[in-house]
Design a protein around this ligand. Sequence first.
Ligand SMILES: [Ca+2]
Ligand SMILES: [Ca+2]
Length: 247
Amino acid sequence: MSANRGRWLGLAVVMLGLPHAAGAISWSDGNITHEYQLFSANNIAWTDAAAWIKTNLGEDWYLATITSAAEQGFFTQFVVSGQVGEIWIGGYQDPPDSAPAANWHWMTGEPWVYTNWWTASEPNDNYGPGSESYLGANFEGCCWNDEGSLQFIIGFAAERTIVPEPSTLLLLVPGLIGLMASRRTLPELITGRSVKGSGRPYVTATQAVIRRSAPARASARSGPSCPRRRASSPRPATSTTACSPRD
Ligand SMILES: [Ca+2]
Ligand SMILES: [Ca+2]
């Protein structure tokens, strides 16, 4: 693709509003700061979302990985709160035709040690063996679903981690070595904790700009209403029609 064609294609994507940035928020796990950005992009494919992140945000960003209950809690409460529909995160199956619960991986290579499947039926390869090999979050407003359809996808979540450099590296700086040695103390390790201290999750001011206008994907569903969606969650009027777990 030529540079000009690439620029025009990029402009067209922006004009179409896909993907739409939602603003970054940060969470500290006590040692590492995690930054998240939520993007609105209806019906985008998992692979396209993953590629878009690398191209437009940089190599240090990736589809979000949720590797602990604490991270899931922050993600649910602050990253996707109020969104109605599924949001791609960075899990995938390799090989893709594995049994529904087998061979899941994070695109970062982080260990697959925590899961948050919607316990009623997921993962299930709903459309047949090997049909759902990518990970959708915010399913039924809470949980994970192995997904293969783009019908209810409303966007994706990007993440990067910022690992603090141990301040002991300062010891390598000529001139400080003698100073540190003379005081017989080491500089305090930079922990990367929240600016509000204690390593507790915090939200930056940019959280306020998270889109709250997710389309009423749930309106396309049929069957009984979703029991887990909070009554206080904003939703378009059309989303008051019933929805049901379906994949
Ligand atoms: Ca993560
Ligand atoms: Ca499924």
